[in-house]
Ligand binder design. Structure first.
Ligand code: NGQ
Ligand code: ZN
Length: 454
């Protein structure tokens, strides 16, 4: 059965269109788009936008969001937060991860995210031994996404060392570790599990330059086919940059470009500390900067070099990372507010062709996010997934606004959630702000937290 949606206004690949009839095929792909069409049948919506990809998530951290905010005796930092996080994940077992991820993924859908890049590194049992399937934990995340209906790009994490120069791993990292063969097994298991599912893709995520060495990553890349994307944390903290220079004489992004063929299928997550040459190199390569402004603020990372990167037409995307905020609005807003506070100017991340800041940010994050997830999403055009968001245009924040103003007002005017409905692969999963299974999922989440606290 073919589904039809009729939108009074829709943001298509080429720009705004009115009275648009969208036909969706049985597989959940957009089949036809007919602007200026009188509505005959199909569900009527006011404003239809592509759903936003969320390119960076560590699902397990959803359960500890807010628990890293208590000052310790020493000066708190990214690294002290990491200790708290490592301690928290010590007890998480597969069924816990499933319920945490299901809750998280419902929250993502409700916020208007349509796909998640799950950067999953909690592979093994508590003592570091492999589960019966090495892919057990990543499969739990994949199942949660499929059950909830969220698009999913699995990014199983390659993790082998505790620091630059093949330093031995820390005790708290034993659940993360794999050699080449074990890691390839995880990726291939995920590829088999998702074969034929148009809502799923599989890439890889070397955790960071701290966690891999050149030979290991080269071997893994050579040993795998059909990867949706390669994601890596990079240059997030100044200490990481200093350690990289001390080890190799090169800055992290510099090192990566010298040793790997970084191109449009790479997503460099955070990339907070770039010099001018690195910024230019990233922009020219076509890789995606995976920006997570709320987590980067929360962890005290610093500011991404956005002004220069935007001037150089660099690609980028957003992620909710540690899940202290699950909201594309907040990520886009804080990206712009960061540069306003730094430059003491306004509308800094608008562009010569798109003067409306919110619209410019939204469109760029859709395009970069789709590519970083390695899927045909983020764009309303034939052949792409029917992943849509419908906003509540009667809400006082949006009422009376038109086209680009709607997106600007959504992103820059307040905090209540304006996402009314969300479709993934043509299925309406969020209706009037609710997911059909949200109560059961929330109950399981609470029971999981009780178990972890016991
Ligand atoms: C992570 N998260 O792997 O969850 C990291 C922290 C690390 C962020 N970088 C740990 N936001 O980088 O070693
Ligand atoms: Zn991360």
């Amino acid at each position: 059965m073919t589904t039809k949606i009729w939108a009074a206004s829709a943001l298509l690949t080429g720009g705004w269109a009115d009275s648009v009839e969208i036909t969706i095929d049985d597989d959940g792909n957009i089949d036809g788009i007919a602007p200026d069409t009188v509505r005959v049948s199909g569900e009527r919506v006011e404003l239809l936008l592509p759903a936003m990809p969320n390119v960076h998530s560590h699902a397990h951290q959803r359960a500890m969001a807010g628990l890293g905010e208590r000052a310790s005796a020493s000066a708190d930092s990214f690294w002290t937060w990491r200790k708290v996080m490592y301690h928290y994940l010590e007890r998480i077992q597969p069924q816990h991860l499933y319920h945490i991820a299901a809750q998280l993924y419902v929250e993502m859908l409700k916020a208007g995210y349509g796909c998640v890049g799950e950067f999953q590194y909690l592979h093994h049992d508590i003592d570091g031994s492999a589960y019966q399937s090495r892919a057990e934990m990543s499969l739990q995340c994949m199942s949660a996404a499929r059950d909830v209906g969220l698009g999913f790009t699995a990014l199983p994490v390659l993790y082998r060392y505790g620091g630059f120069g093949a330093a031995p791993p820390l005790d708290g990292q034993k659940r993360f570790l794999n050699e080449t063969g074990g890691f390839i097994d995880i990726v291939e298991t995920l590829q088999q599990a998702s074969a034929g599912d148009a809502n799923c893709a599989v890439g890889i995520a070397p955790h960071s330059l701290r966690a891999i060495d050149q030979g290991l990553l080269a071997e893994v890349i050579a040993g795998l086919d059909d990867l949706a994307a390669i994601h890596i944390h990079i240059a997030e903290q100044t200490r990481e940059v200093d350690d990289c220079i001390a080890w190799s004489g090169l800055r992290p992004v510099e090192w990566l470009f010298e040793h790997f063929d970084v191109g449009p299928d790479w997503c460099l997550v955070h990339a907070t500390h770039l010099d001018d040459t690195e910024t230019a190199r990233m922009a020219a390569s076509g890789c995606i900067a995976g920006l997570c402004p709320t987590t980067e603020a929360n962890l005290g990372d610093g500011f991404f070099n956005a002004v220069d990167y935007f001037e150089r037409h660099g690609s980028w995307a957003i992620g909710s990372d540690s899940h202290i905020s699950i909201d594309p609005v907040e990520e886009l807003r804080w990206l712009e507010y960061g540069v306003r506070l730094q430059t003491r100017r306004r509308n800094v991340l608008a562009s010569p062709t798109t003067a409306n800041t919110g619209r410019n940010l939204f469109a760029a994050a859709l395009a970069g996010g789709a590519r970083a997830c390695g899927r045909s999403i983020g764009s309303i055009q034939p052949g792409y997934r029917a992943d849509f968001v419908v906003l509540d245009c009667d809400h006082p924040r949006l009422y009376g606004r038109n086209r680009d103003e709607l997106i600007d007002s959504w992103i820059f005017s307040g905090n209540d959630n304006l996402v009314r409905d969300v479709y993934i692969g043509g299925r309406k999963l969020i209706e009037n702000g609710h997911h059909a299974d949200e109560d059961a999922i929330a109950r399981n989440y609470r029971a999981t937290l009780d178990q972890l606290a016991a």
